[in-house]
Design a protein around this ligand. Structure first.
Ligand SMILES: [Zn+2]
Length: 219
């Protein structure tokens, strides 16, 4: 199965511990193992009809429920090329989304501003100007430019001007705004961090081959 922590396909060998709360026709157990890849724990809660050995549940003859209780949700995968301080806000924006769209949107707005200003060369006092600066300075693909412009529109910044200026503030959100912000961040990460890192790796590998062949290197 796919490890919910590290997203790698691994073979879990769950150890089952029966819980003491059981009747003749209902038992509960916890299945636990560590991922052989990332060493983090995965725990499933299982219930069903038990078969007994020496008066205690030993097996399930039929299973009624088998649900993961740890980790509570899928881990959000932020590409490794994304700088740590950006990845932290992004991951938190994703994790908090099921609980609070307002908190998630505040984090993702702040994260977006951080990427544009610290890595995208954007200037300007508010998010709108930073978006415009980023688009003219970096000339991203049109779908990214359109997504960026839509951040303002979907978030109804006209009604909530603080979203533009105090990006980390918890403010009312429009339907779909928090999810949209996360999607645009994923597109920007790909453009700003992932693709350049892939390109640099390819050139490095190619240069090593050229060097081994005694040929001039790519610049
Ligand atoms: Zn794992």
């Amino acid at each position: 199965m796919i490890c919910p922590h590290c997203n790698v396909g691994v073979k879990f060998q769950f150890q089952r511990v029966f819980l003491k709360a059981h009747t003749n026709d209902e038992a509960w157990a916890a299945d636990a193992d560590r991922c052989p890849e990332c060493r983090k724990v995965v725990i499933n809660l299982v219930s069903g009809h038990p078969t007994f050995s020496n008066g205690v549940p030993a097996m399930f003859s039929t299973t009624v429920l088998n649900t993961r209780v740890w980790p509570k949700r899928e881990t959000v995968f932020c590409p490794v090329d994304v700088p740590e301080e950006i990845a932290k806000d992004f991951t938190e924006a994703c994790n908090v989304l099921p609980i609070s769209a307002q908190a998630s949107a505040a984090l993702s707005r702040r994260c977006l501003q951080h990427v544009l200003v610290s890595y995208g060369g954007a200037t300007g006092g508010d998010l709108q100007k930073q978006i415009e600066n980023f688009i003219s300075a970096k000339n991203p693909p049109s779908y990214i430019a359109e997504q960026l412009h839509a951040v303002r529109q979907i978030g109804n910044f006209a009604a909530h001007p603080q979203k533009d200026t105090v990006t980390g503030e918890i403010l009312p959100v429009e339907p779909g705004e928090a999810e949209w912000n996360i999607e645009i961040l994923q597109s920007i990460f790909d453009f700003q961090f992932v693709k350049p890192a892939q390109q640099a790796k390819r050139i490095k590998e190619f240069n090593e081959k050229l060097k081994a062949a005694g040929k001039p290197q790519l610049i």
